[in-house]
Design a protein around this ligand. Structure first.
Ligand code: TXA
Ligand code: MG
Length: 332
């Protein structure tokens, strides 16, 4: 059974001892909860893949106590240091050429490594006391909804696991991932995953455009993304989930009856009998609540979850990305 402990100094000390002993520890960050292992300990990192049932070619993010550790884990350019100093601690992950000390299991054998310094007092205290890198993916089974509370983590894993409870995650969506590994940023800064730091804020800071992946560009052109065969289902509820336009939502929901659950920006229509959750129409506050709302709807075991499409602009990029993946049919 997972053991949830309020993140007191004693609990953090216990977590540090567990990391030193090669065990896994779940801990809060400002984005989502992470499932951590000592990043230099290849055997401990292996256990993360086993517990999550995560494919070995999905590399992990190494969480650092501060930007000073950057040079130890990666070959960092001036641009990387500038981004780190400005955005860390915070929800930005940098992909850089890895240094010799990074075990291959962390990076899936790639020549690059993903690094970030989280902005959460418990994560910061844990990393500072541990004094070294902690490899941590989101603390959920592979493909499932990321956890934003300690109880979410406990409900994912039946196994023995220490979970530090630091309250609900403030950002609620994962970090923004930037790839600077192409000549360390000289070949352009590529967005790998939209997230906690908006792309516009990064562009303003670096004074150049961030390159968006083709699939994000394609998705930007359509209000309701088509279910893509190539897009792996991720961040997903157990119930089949579907994106629906605002115009079609009420009729679809009413036709579905009691067994339909709805996540929407608009209020429920008169006569709807299922569960309806209305989220804020501000992308930041929507993002904070998205994962726990999806978990709540899923726990009612509906036959189907209908999700109202969100606005088609850059402010909603991270939310739209997660909704697209949550509603992609798994074709694995
Ligand atoms: O907010 C976050 O980033 C959270 C918290 C716990 O820090 N972590 C998180 O980890 O979302 P995870 O494992 O769920 O997602 C990590 C992402 C994956 O999509 C992985 O492919 C990508 O980071 N990644 C890791 N290393 C990479 C690398 N060397 N090159 C490209 N992508 C990489
Ligand atoms: Mg994840």
């Amino acid at each position: 059974m997972a053991r949830i402990l309020p993140a007191t100094p004693e609990a953090i000390a216990e977590a540090v001892a567990a990391l030193r002993a090669g065990q896994l520890v779940a801990f809060p960050t400002e984005t989502v909860y992470g499932l951590g292992a000592a990043a230099r300990d290849a055997a401990a990192v292996e256990r993360i893949f086993e517990l999550k049932r995560r494919p070995r070619d999905h590399p992990l993010i190494v969480h650092l106590p501060g930007p000073a550790a950057l040079g130890e884990w990666a070959v960092a350019s001036e641009l990387a240091y500038a981004l780190a100093r400005h955005f860390w601690p915070g929800p930005l992950t940098l992909v850089l050429q890895r240094s010799e000390l990074v075990p291959a299991v962390v990076t899936g054998g790639q020549a690059t490594v993903a690094l970030r310094v989280p902005r959460h007092p418990v994560a910061e205290a844990l990393l500072t006391a541990f004094g070294d890198g902690v490899a941590a993916p989101s603390a959920n089974r592979f493909g499932r909804i990321s956890p934003t509370r300690a109880e979410h983590v406990a409900s994912e894993f039946g196994e023995e696991l220490l979970v530090l409870d630091g309250g609900p995650s403030e950002v609620g969506l994962e970090s923004t991932i930037l790839d600077l590994s192409g000549a360390q940023g000289a070949e352009g800064v590529r967005l790998l995953r939209p997230g906690g730091v908006p792309v516009a804020v990064i562009e303003e800071f670096i004074g150049q455009r961030v390159l968006l992946p083709d699939d994000l560009r394609a998705r930007e052109r359509t209000a309701v993304p088509r279910v893509s065969g190539s897009l792996a289902s991720h961040y997903a509820a157990r119930a089949p989930s579907e994106l629906v336009t605002a115009e079609a939502l009420a009729a679809r929901a009413l036709a579905g009856g009691q067994r339909v659950a709805v996540l929407a920006l608009m209020a429920a229509p008169e006569g709807f009998a299922g569960e309806w959750l209305q989220l804020p129409s501000d992308p930041v506050r929507y993002g904070q609540r998205l994962y726990s709302a999806l978990r709540q709807l899923d726990s009612g075991e509906p036959a189907r979850i209908l999700i109202e499409a969100v606005p088609d602009n850059d402010e909603w990029l991270a939310v739209r990305d997660r909704l697209t993946r949550a509603t992609a049919r798994s074709n694995a």
